[in-house]
Design a protein around this ligand. Sequence first.
Ligand SMILES: *Cc1c(COP(=O)(O)O)cnc(C)c1O
Length: 404
Amino acid sequence: MFNVETIRKDFPILSRKVNGKPLVYFDNAATSQTPQQVIDVIVDYYSNYNANIHRGVHSLSQEATDKYEQARHKIQNHFNAKFAHEIIFTSGTTHGINLVANGFSSILKDGDEVIVSALEHHSNIVPWQMLCERTGAILKVIPMNQEGELVISEYDKLLSNKTKLVFVNHISNALGTINPIENIITKAHNVGAAVLIDGAQASPHIKADVQKLDVDFYVVSAHKMCGPTGVGILYGKEEWLNKLPPYQGGGEMIAEVTFEKTTYATLPHKFEAGTPNICGGIAFGAALDYMNAIGFENIAKYEHELLEYGTQKLSEIEGLKIYGTAKHKTSVISFNLEGIHPYDVGTILDKMGIAVRTGHHCAQPIMDFYKIPGTVRASFAFYNTKQEIDALVEGVKKAKLMLS
Ligand SMILES: *Cc1c(COP(=O)(O)O)cnc(C)c1O
C-alpha cells in the first residue's frame, strides 16, 4: 500500500525548516531528495569498505568491487538491458550524451543529418552542435506546438536516408511532456538511424525497458531518482558500444599499454577510464531498490493525482498561465503570473519555505518559443502532498498581491 506519510519519514530533509517555515520541496525536476536507506549505504561504504575497485587483491578492494558490480546488475535489471556490460557508469546524463556524441565524430560525414527536438535540455543540444561543427553534419529540429508537444508529422518530413542519428528526451524537464519515443525510435530505425533517448527526467517516473523500446542509447542521472549526484549510466546496445571509440583514456580502460600501441579493454571498462564514483554507483543501486520497493506504478498513479490537483488549484488563480498542457505529461507545472517576473515569484515563495525553480530550466529554445524569459516551475515527487500544493497556491496568491 502506498502511504505518503510513511514514505516521508524516510527523507530526513523533509522535516527541516527553511526561513522558519516547514520545507516544501518542489524542485524535484532539478534534483530529488535522498532517503535514509540510501544515506545509510553511503555512510556504510565510507565507514566499512572504502577501497579502489578492480585492482587490489586485498579484501576491501574485493568487497567494493563486488558491491559496485552488483549495482551494475541492479541497474541492468531495472532497465532490462540484455547484458550487464551494456551499462556504462558515467558522472550523469551530460557525461553520457557527450560520450556518445564524441564517439559519433568518427562515424558521421559531411552532409549527414542528425535530428533533435525543440523540447530539449541544453545538455542534449550543445554536445551535438559541437559534433556537427567537427564533422559537417547538419542539425535538424522537430518543432513543438503551443501545448508543448512535438509535431510528429514534421518529424516524418525530416527523416531520410541521410539521417544518421536522432536524440530526444523521454520527458521534458521544463514542461513535463511525455514524448512518444516508441514511435520516434521505430521511424528512425526505418531509415537506418540510431536513437539516443535522454531519460534523465523520465527515470524518476517511468521504468523504461530498453529492449522493448529497442533504443540504441538511453542515459540517466542517479540524482534525479533518489540517488547521489555525480553518477549516472549510459545504456548502449552492445554492437554500438563496440563500434564507438573510447571517450577518455587512462587507467582501467586498457588491455595493454606500450609506447608503440595501446589496446583497449572490453566493455564496460573501455568507457570507464580512471577511478569511478564507487560509492555513488553502489548508492545508485540502493536508490533503485528503494524506488522499486515502492513501485513505479504506485509512484506514477500518485504523482498523477498531485499533477491534476495542482493544475486545477493553480488554474483558479486569475492571471496565472500554465505552459505545457500536453495530453501526456508528468508532475511538472511551469507557470507565470501575468506581468510578473518568475524570479520575483520564486523569491517570495522561498521566504515561505517553498522551493521552486525559476528561469529557463536549461531549455532556452522552449522559452523562446513562448516568447518568455522563463517560468516558475513546481515539480512534484511521490513524497510530496496535496497540503504542500495548498501551501504553494497560497504562496502564489500572496506573491501576486505583493507584486502587482
Ligand atoms: C537534469 C537533466 C539533464 C542533465 O542531467 P545532469 O545530471 O545535469 O547531467 C538532461 N536532460 C534532462 C531532460 C534533465 O532533466
